[in-house]
Design a protein around this ligand. Structure first.
Ligand SMILES: [Zn+2]
Length: 60
């Protein structure tokens, strides 16, 4: 098995990574991804609400 970050041989202590540095890099990717997704969803929900308000007002 090789490190998913840099393809070096995995070290059992840090598996599936080769070092703490690569583990930290992967962790940072996960944190960035998990922070980005919820904020985008909130914006989408707000956009849907405003669109619904316009849809309600237009038929009148
Ligand atoms: Zn690595």
């Amino acid at each position: 098995m090789s490190c998913p970050i840099c393809d070096e041989d995995t070290v059992i202590k840090f598996r599936p990574f080769c070092s703490k540095r690569c583990a930290d890099i992967d962790l940072a990717k996960w944190l960035n991804g998990s922070y980005a997704v919820p904020s985008q969803r909130e914006e989408d929900m707000e956009a849907d609400v405003s669109e619904n308000d316009n849809a309600v007002q237009r038929p009148h």
